[in-house]
Design a protein around this ligand. Structure first.
Ligand SMILES: Cc1cc2nc3c(=O)[nH]c(=O)nc-3n(C[C@H](O)[C@H](O)[C@H](O)COP(=O)(O)O)c2cc1C
Length: 360
């Protein structure tokens, strides 16, 4: 018998009642000062029937908080507010992971707390513009190259954020190592031009990801630490490089040695991005040798097919879950879905956030 979407799965200490994971999605509903709100507790609570929910990207430090109204978890006030969210999900019988996202060079001072800085492995400037509440779209500012002490501070920030998330009652944390944010900026030779121990060879470019993962494992336990990666991804100006397949497979093997809770792979080809290199997901799966979450453009049928083919243990769904709080029940009942309203993905307030109807 192959696993179906509605079979349970033991993820470390957690028993997931189904194989459906809510993908991490930034929704920009936190306060201006990056503190989570009661509305966010309602949103995640509405979606508690998922096997595992993953929060939107949460900034571990003020420097990692590049977008408008994204939440952080560096202060006591933020941690207390997150506890309300974990409670809302647990009260409904759910399980929730927090995605830790340091935006690195993908930020604008108007979006960030007073005094925060835009730091990256190397000096660089993203092309295009970033939305700000104060002045609308603005050109990306230049990122400053991180000094050794700043790299250490960023790692320490991830660790403290992980401890705060566990203190708030989260079941585990997922390191956002994908989509051109800080961890990925270290991995990618187009954004990491360093000549010291943090740049050059894959061992050096992966040092940041691995030290964040190792330090979190030491602080909160391997069963509470996971990672998301985007092999072949091009979001936020990341450019593919000739050795990327070997690099990502090597990294997956090193992460596997840490016995992390899971590896979560991004595939944005359903969103118009180039598909990841042929075979890379399965090569990373073999190297990691632990639970794998697939994601990107899935519906119930394609998820069932990939689970049946043994391509992964779990499948994450993004956009369908924005507009269908009861997505597992709908898939199980083969009921029609509500369409997501793209215009309210990142706007403040309940509209397009907590007002999508459940069945019946
Ligand atoms: C509104 C929105 C916000 C997103 N924010 C994040 C994020 O914070 N972290 C992340 O890793 N991926 C983020 N993603 C990517 C999703 O996790 C997922 O990979 C993508 O939506 C493809 O899956 P889907 O086809 O099921 O929607 C976001 C996607 C959307 C639509």
């Amino acid at each position: 018998m192959y696993p179906t979407l509605f079979s349970s799965f033991d993820l470390g200490r957690l028993t997931l009642p189904n194989r459906m994971v809510m993908a991490p999605m930034t929704r920009s509903r936190a306060d201006q000062d990056h503190t989570p709100t009661a509305l966010m507790a309602e949103y995640y609570g509405q979606r508690a029937s998922g096997g595992l929910l993953i929060t939107e990207g949460v900034a571990p430090t003020a420097n990692g908080c590049g977008y408008a109204r994204i939440p952080g978890i560096w202060s006591e006030e933020q941690t207390d507010a997150w506890a309300q969210i974990a409670d809302a999900v647990h009260a409904k019988g759910g399980r929730i992971a927090m995605q830790l996202m340091h935006t690195g060079r993908v930020g604008h001072p108007h979006n960030m707390p007073e005094g925060a800085r835009i730091l990256a492995p190397s000096q660089s400037t993203l092309s295009g513009e970033m939305y700000t509440d104060e002045q609308g779209p603005q050109p990306y500012p230049a990122a400053e190259e991180m000094e050794e002490a700043e790299i250490q501070a960023a790692i320490a920030g991830f660790v403290q954020a992980g401890k705060n998330a566990i203190e708030a009652g989260f079941d585990l944390v997922e390191i956002h190592g994908a989509n051109g944010y800080l961890v990925d900026q270290f991995l990618s030779p187009c954004t990491n031009l360093r000549a010291d121990a943090w740049g050059g060879s894959i061992e050096n470019r992966a040092r940041f990801a691995l030290q964040v993962a190792q330090s979190l494992v030491a602080a909160i336990g391997a069963d509470k630490v996971a990672i998301r990666l985007s092999p072949g991804g091009v979001f936020n100006d990341i450019q593919p490089w000739p050795e990327q397949e070997d690099d990502f497979v090597w990294l997956a093997g090193e992460l596997g040695k840490l016995e992390l809770a899971y590896l979560h792979l991004v595939d944005h080809s359903a969103m118009g991005a180039p598909p990841p290199p042929e075979g890379i997901k399965q090569a990373m799966r073999r190297a990691f040798d632990g639970p794998l979450i697939l994601s990107g453009g899935y519906n119930a049928q394609s998820a069932e097919a990939d689970l049946a083919a043994g391509k992964g243990e779990l499948v994450a769904f993004g956009r369908p879950w924005i507009s269908n709080p009861d997505l597992p029940e709908r898939y199980q009942a083969e009921s029609p879905l509500n369409d997501p309203d793209f215009s309210t993905f990142y706007t403040p307030g309940a509209k397009g956030y907590t007002d999508y109807p459940s069945m019946g």
